[in-house]
Design a protein. Structure first.
Length: 89
């Protein structure tokens, strides 16, 4: 979500609070670096909405897949859980 001008101004005026928040946020996350072939990037660009970054689109796809996987493990009996999970665009 884009930051508004008032949000940017608040961050400038409260830089220490912003740094503390960012530090705490990053401490709860795992950073992943991906190296993708150009043809993969072309497919991502074709699939995502304009204005969405490649990284945020990939992150959303992975989170959606993980949510589906978690729900399928808890909601369905083991015999009906599919091992083939597809990421839908």
């Amino acid at each position: 979500m884009p930051i508004t001008d008032s949000g940017k101004n608040w961050q400038k005026k409260n830089s220490e609070k912003t740094r503390e928040y960012s530090r705490a946020y990053r401490a709860k996350k795992t950073q992943v670096t991906l190296y993708l072939d150009s043809w993969v990037i072309e497919e991502i660009i074709a699939a995502k909405e304009e204005g969405t970054s490649n990284a945020s689109w990939v992150k959303q796809q992975i989170e959606d897949w993980a949510k589906q996987r978690r729900l399928s493990k808890t909601a369905l009996p083991p015999s009906s859980v599919s091992t083939n999970v597809e990421i839908q665009e």
